[in-house]
Design a protein around this ligand. Sequence first.
Ligand SMILES: CC(C)(COP(=O)(O)OP(=O)(O)OC[C@H]1O[C@@H](n2cnc3c(N)ncnc32)[C@H](O)[C@@H]1OP(=O)(O)O)[C@@H](O)C(=O)NCCC(=O)NCCS
Length: 166
Amino acid sequence: MSDVAVRSAEPADVAAILRIYNQGIEDRIATLESDPKDMAYMEGWFREHQGRYAVLVAGIAGEIVGWASLNRYSHRCAYNGVADLSIYVDRRFRGKGIGSQLLHAIDKVAKANGFYKIVLFTFPSNQLGQGLYRKCGYREVGVFEKQGILDGRFVDVMAMEKWLLS
Ligand SMILES: CC(C)(COP(=O)(O)OP(=O)(O)OC[C@H]1O[C@@H](n2cnc3c(N)ncnc32)[C@H](O)[C@@H]1OP(=O)(O)O)[C@@H](O)C(=O)NCCC(=O)NCCS
């Protein structure tokens, strides 16, 4: 889609970020989280995502339709250059290129903010996510078998990574 604008998230965007995140939780394809989040949770999350740990939003005609964030990967200083990625697109807008635009933009922000690598954790069954990540240069590191529990069942989790300095 060509009419998508990607920019840094602002406090006024938190309600839309929450709505889209809760869709991802409800769909059971994106995260081990199973309970919907509320504004207090998302506002706290947003306060922790300042400075290097940026949040980008994608908008169409003023409506927020997706977001991506750089999250802290580890509290160990040795991993200060590694960011963990989250990305969520509104159900109505998936498969239309918005995730690609968000990932392209977040690469640039990550480099500018001093990260040399982005890692992410995804379900091997998440076809759309896999397509997006591989297209955007992420490689599969491996699959943790029975790594998490979702709705009382063990699920596999795939680790992927992208080196930013080449
Ligand atoms: C995963 C997600 C972020 C991808 O964003 P998106 O906007 O839907 O992805 P895009 O439209 O940019 O597609 C990217 C690539 O995926 C691939 N793709 C598109 N549709 C696909 C499909 N139906 N099946 C498999 N791969 C597909 C293509 O390679 C596509 O690139 P192309 O359009 O240049 O060919 C989004 O679908 C989403 O929010 N899903 C629910 C939450 C989620 O899974 N988050 C990730 C948690 S790890």
